[in-house]
Design a protein around this ligand. Structure first.
Ligand code: MTE
Length: 297
């Protein structure tokens, strides 16, 4: 499998940012470049450790315990891997992973990640904008949503042998959400290929939505005119909606969403207030202007 995640900082800095910074630095002889300055889409909060990010997971295909994905995901074959892209697109087909990964420049993005279970992490992803993929395959004018599906392979995914969810795991985004520059097809983290428990070889990351929208191990992408099914809404319509935007004012029927536990830090593991759209409101709130987010939850 190609390993485009093995990148140096200069490789993952968008070119215009890189050039810009060099221009600025040219006028400030003697100063040393601080990469943090260039990370337009990244938070400056400290990332969780690789260990934390890869041992506390939700990937129900491998079991319900947070440690199950790290324990059992090793049996999932991820090479070869192809994604079936279809529906309302100009160039439908089965695309090899290497071709998908070449659809947009791979960048590093350090994102806050907020699970609906009221815990959070900070994760340095590698990936490319989903918008680049959608542009490459060509969106037809009638396309309004994007539907995603995870691999269905019960021989390698023990959780799929029981009916805890209606497999395969499915998710969906409205087209404007899918085209938003924050929305990533993530192919790695901490500069390494995506660990299997985190959704190898390629998964979605939508940082202003609850983590369950960030579907793992994607094998199918379909553009549709109608709002597609998403697994958690399908399993419990009262508790989970389609939008699933992080919102401290809209509680889950069984627990509050007002605060969250930041994973890690041991004794200092901290509770913090949850922020609307997980802190990405400046960038995404306008997409929901005029919508009642207590109804479209
Ligand atoms: N994708 C699939 N296929 N199966 C899952 O069970 N769990 C979701 C999401 N994507 C899940 C999934 C949930 S609830 C969360 S919080 C995130 O994956 C967890 O991602 P992480 O383990 O990389 O932190």
């Amino acid at each position: 499998m190609s390993s485009r995640n093995d990148l140096k900082w200069s490789d993952v800095t968008p070119e215009h940012v890189w050039l810009n910074r060099r221009a600025v630095l040219g006028g400030m002889a003697g100063l040393i470049a601080t990469p943090a300055l260039a990370r337009g889409y990244s938070t400056d909060e400290a990332p969780n450790t690789f260990e934390e990010i890869t041992t506390y997971n939700n990937f129900y295909e491998f079991g319900l315990d947070k440690g199950d994905p790290a324990r059992y995901a090793g049996q999932m074959t991820t090479d070869p891997w192809a994604i079936e892209i279809g529906g309302l697109v100009d160039r439908p087909g089965s695309y090899d992973l290497a071709d998908v990964m070449a659809m947009g420049p791979i960048e590093e993005r350090i994102y806050r990640f907020r699970c609906v279970e009221a815990w959070s992490m900070v994760i340095p992803w590698n990936g490319f904008q989903l918008s680049h993929l959608l542009e490459k395959v060509g969106m037809q004018p009638s396309a309004r949503y994007v539907a995603f599906e995870t691999l269905l392979r019960p021989e390698e995914m023990p959780g799929q042998r029981s009916r805890i969810l209606d497999w395969p795991y499915r998710e969906g985004l409205r087209l404007d959400e899918a085209m938003h520059p924050l929305t990533l097809m993530a192919t790695g983290l901490y500069g390494r290929d995506m660990p299997k428990q985190n959704g190898a070889p390629i998964r979605l990351v939508v940082p202003w939505k609850y983590g369950f929208k960030s579907i793992k191990s994607i094998v199918k992408i379909t553009l549709t005119a109608d709002q597609p099914l998403n697994t958690w809404k399908q399993s419990n319509t009262r508790e989970y909606g389609f939008y699933s935007n992080v919102n401290p004012q809209v509680n889950h029927p069984r627990w509050s969403q007002a605060s969250e536990r930041r994973i890690g830090g041991g004794f200092f593991s901290s509770r913090q207030d949850t922020v609307i759209f997980n802190g990405y409101g400046d960038q995404v709130a306008q997409m929901y202007a005029g919508q009642d987010l207590t109804k479209d939850f």
